[in-house]
Design a protein around this ligand. Structure first.
Ligand SMILES: Cc1cc2nc3c(=O)[nH]c(=O)nc-3n(C[C@H](O)[C@H](O)[C@H](O)COP(=O)(O)OP(=O)(O)OC[C@H]3O[C@@H](n4cnc5c(N)ncnc54)[C@H](O)[C@@H]3O)c2cc1C
Ligand SMILES: NC(=O)c1ccc[n+]([C@@H]2O[C@H](COP(=O)([O-])OP(=O)(O)OC[C@H]3O[C@@H](n4cnc5c(N)ncnc54)[C@H](OP(=O)(O)O)[C@@H]3O)[C@@H](O)[C@H]2O)c1
Length: 427
């Protein structure tokens, strides 16, 4: 009998499994769908993928690969979802992960039992484990705003958006200005009659390339090569973006009231030029839905055929009772963003939203979890965990905007250093 259970075989579950295997740890791994890949498997039969046909990764290739499994350099700077899935499959197969996964099996309940956990499967079977690693993804339960009034046309969430085809010739309103919103607005632009993006606080739009170089490579160059302190590097980046792209207010996109580095980056090479070409226009927040029209907070009103809410996701764990783990309270209060202080046998992988790429960050989480379960990294006592969490939350509050969108926000470099520091110290 294995003592460890992993829930989910997306990119997070796969890399955690690989690290556990590297340490000689055995585990059971359950996946709701029929294959690995989670979010990156377009139209995944798990019914959970938020992937649209035009989705490309927004981290450039050299910064995306796994530490011992880099991405084929013949692939483009920014991989499509299909190219990333193939890379993940190759990584999983090179590490013999697929045969370790029980597919088409959903974990329906995880309940405390003695010192450990009872895990119930969709087959009706129950199994006991000392540790449960939750890697179920946090970007599949749509968060949809409720606006006053009523809209007569179809309304959907970006989670369900696949292609622009159903919106051919229509006037479409996209609500939100995160990465889903800008990708979808641009995807729609050439097929819809017109696209409006509505934003309540605007966002700093970053291009994917600056002077022909992917933007994440600029920040790496300034911090790692030029050894600039992060605050200086941020200032230089802001200046470079302004120089390369111009003032976004020219395109009717307000400059946010907060500094660039306080928000989760929104990247788009096309949004501003598409606004400049008249495909897309920008409106403030929605004030009211009025049948076939939408009114905005600047007192303007416009007719629309459809609305797409690209307004982010709720964090949900349908298999955990709220008394055991309440996502609203507990998801942002994990030791090292992974371990529940109330239930140290409950460990979360991928429950982060970095400034930087999630995929390689979760590789480091996987190594940390494997070190923990192999007894090479020790947890502090409960008080110590709560102290670390309080310090993290305080830093988070000082750094990012204090809204629901930032509960899982971490800084890639700082967080990686913390995890590597733990592993190095204890080794
Ligand atoms: C539109 C979009 C674009 C993104 N682009 C990027 C990007 O460019 N770069 C980046 O780093 N990150 C990006 N992300 C974030 C991305 O979600 C993460 O990078 C990462 O791939 C998530 O992997 P995961 O394994 O944690 O979750 P998922 O990919 O969601 O996988 C979770 C897996 O768990 C399974 N599962 C869930 N519940 C159960 C259960 N009860 N029982 C059994 N199995 C279960 C699911 O079937 C699924 O296979 C993007 C996210 C979205 C929504
Ligand atoms: N190409 C890519 O790599 C890519 C593509 C898509 C998504 N992603 C990633 O996937 C994750 C989810 O992205 P996402 O864009 O789906 O969600 P998100 O980052 O949470 O953005 C949600 C957007 O909706 C707005 N919003 C939320 N509630 C609202 C409300 N009630 N009224 C008006 N506006 C509201 C937010 O504005 P506020 O800022 O005002 O809250 C924000 O602009 C992110 O980590 C993102 O980077 C990556």
């Amino acid at each position: 009998m294995n003592n460890i259970c992993i829930i989910g075989a997306g990119s997070s579950g796969v890399t955690v499994a690989k690290s556990l295997r590297d340490k000689g740890l055995t585990f059971d791994m359950f996946e709701k769908g029929s294959d690995i890949g989670g979010m990156w498997r377009y139209e995944n039969d798990n019914g959970q993928s938020s992937c649209y046909a035009s989705l490309h990764i927004d981290t450039s290739r050299p910064n995306l690969g796994y530490s011992d499994f880099p991405i084929d350099p013949s692939l483009p700077d920014f991989l499509s979802h299909a190219q990333f899935l193939r890379h993940l499959e190759a990584y999983a197969d090179a590490n013999h992960i697929r045969p370790l996964v029980t597919f088409n099996t959903e974990v329906t309940a995880v309940t405390p039992k003695g010192e450990g956990w009872e895990v119930t499967l969709s087959t009706g079977e129950t199994r006991d484990y000392a540790q449960v690693i939750v890697a179920n993804g946090h970007l599949s339960d749509p968060r949809t705003p409720e606006f006053a009034g009523q809209f007569d046309g179809p309304q959907t969430h970006s989670h369900h958006y696949r292609t622009a085809a159903p919106f051919e010739g229509q006037r479409v309103l996209v609500v939100g200005l995160g990465n889903s919103a800008v990708d979808i607005a641009v995807d729609l632009a050439r097929r819809a009659a017109h696209v409006t993006v509505s934003t309540r606080r605007s966002a700093w739009i970053m291009p994917k390339y600056l002077m022909g170089v992917p933007i994440d490579q600029w920040s790496g160059f300034l911090v790692r090569r030029m050894k600039l302190p992060v605050t200086w590097a941020r200032r230089v980046m802001a200046r470079l973006i302004r120089l390369g792209q111009g003032d976004q207010r020219r395109f009717g996109l307000p400059r946010p009231a907060h500094p660039m580095w306080r928000e989760h980056a929104t990247l788009s090479q096309e949004l501003l030029p598409y606004i400049g070409h008249g495909y897309i226009d920008v409106k403030p927040d929605v004030a009211e839905l009025r049948g076939g029209k939408v009114a905005f907070t600047d007192d303007s009103e416009a007719p629309y055929d459809a609305i797409i809410y690209a307004t982010g996701y709720n964090i949900t764990f349908p298999f955990l009772n709220k008394d055991v783990f309440d996502p609203g309270e507990d998801a942002g209060n994990l030791y090292r963003r992974m371990v529940s202080p109330a239930h140290p046998g409950l460990i979360f992988a991928g429950l982060v939203q970095p400034v930087g790429p999630t995929i390689p960050l979760v590789e480091t989480q996987g190594k940390w979890i494997a070190s923990l379960l192999a007894g090479e990294v020790a947890l502090p006592d409960r008080q110590g965990m709560l102290q670390e969490i309080a310090e993290h939350r305080e830093k988070q509050r000082r750094t990012y905007l204090g809204t629901a969108r930032y509960v899982l926000e971490v800084d890639y470099s700082h967080y990686t250093k913390q995890m590597k520091g733990d592993m190095a110290r204890q080794a």
